[in-house]
Design a protein around this ligand. Structure first.
Ligand code: SF4
Length: 294
């Protein structure tokens, strides 16, 4: 669940995605460590978020213009709030599990989250989604830990935990070499399998979701100079008190890398040159900027 691949997904990773990555490879210019020359070199000094580069929620990218040029703030919609809280939940939970602490309480976390956020609408709906998510992730983390201890009876605690839960959750990255913010957080990096995970919560799955792991892989390569070839976009939704998770595992190929660079250049130009791209013909009712976009 969430960052743990199923048996079928492991097969897909081992028999399709990794062989494809080895066979096809990546053009050297599109590796993040070549950030200092074309096509990865950013042409403007402005820095924007990964969300701005990869998000294609607004057809004209006017959301990026409003945020960075007009300094407008979007409205916190239910979907965005649920997503933010789910990300906090995963970071909190894995933070404790990685220390071998599995007897942590949802109520403690939930109390802290409510205190931090102040008055919220639909509190019961939020809780009815997040509590089952907590239970599912915690039980799977504990099971992975117990299984690892069984398989490696001589492993000490830190070793067993590092193998059972090889996840850097909300890992901090500096994206400035590629024209991004200096304070990025990647949802999760599996350091044993070298997979970048990106989690989306609620709403329908969107075709551009692959751009997020692609961007983080490029940043990772620019910082640590190690190749990152596999991305995984995770879609979490909630149905009648049940958590539904689907994962899209893919090779971060040249096409995705080029697409990411095009998006970055288009949006950096828009911000640097203060170009208003104009209002879209059709706007989704879930757009955060509906009320301020005239
Ligand atoms: S209201 Fe429409 S044009 Fe404005 S940011 Fe949202 S989607 Fe884009």
């Amino acid at each position: 669940m969430v960052f743990f691949l199923s048996a079928q997904e492991h097969k897909l990773l081992l028999n399709r995605v990794l062989p494809l990555a080895r066979e096809v490879g990546v053009t050297p210019e599109l590796r993040g460590w070549n950030w200092w020359k074309e096509p990865l070199k950013p042409y403007y000094s402005e820095r924007i978020s990964m969300f701005s580069v990869c998000g294609r929620f607004c057809p004209t990218a006017r959301d990026v213009y409003l945020m960075y040029v007009e300094r407008k703030q979007g409205k916190l919609t239910h979907e965005i709030l649920l997503g933010a809280m789910a990300h906090n939940l995963l970071e909190y939970l894995f933070g404790y599990c990685r220390q071998g602490k599995f007897d942590i309480s949802f109520h403690e976390w939930w109390k802290g989250e409510l205190e931090k956020r102040g008055k919220l609408e639909n509190v019961d709906v939020l809780r009815s989604c997040l509590e089952p998510l907590w239970e599912l992730v915690l039980s799977q983390a504990r099971a992975a830990y117990l299984e690892t201890k069984t398989a490696h009876p001589y492993a000490d605690e830190p070793h067993a935990l590092a193998v059972a839960l090889p996840f850097l959750v909300e890992h901090k990255l500096d994206g400035r070499l590629l024209g991004l913010s200096g304070t990025l957080s990647v949802d999760c990096y599996d350091y044993l399998r070298h997979i970048i995970f990106d989690v989306k919560v609620g709403g329908p799955p969107r075709d551009f979701y692959r751009l997020y792991p692609t961007g983080y892989a490029l940043v990772f390569e620019s910082l640590y100079e190690v190749p990152v070839d596999v991305g995984c976009s995770i879609h979490v939704s909630f149905r009648n008190g049940r958590v539904v998770v689907s994962r899209d595992i893919f090779f971060i190929n040249d096409d995705l890398r080029n697409w990411w660079v095009e998006e970055r250049d288009r949006k950096l130009e828009l911000v640097a040159q203060k170009k208003d791209p104009g209002k879209a013909k059709e706007c989704a009712s879930s757009c955060m900027f509906l009320e301020v976009c005239e």
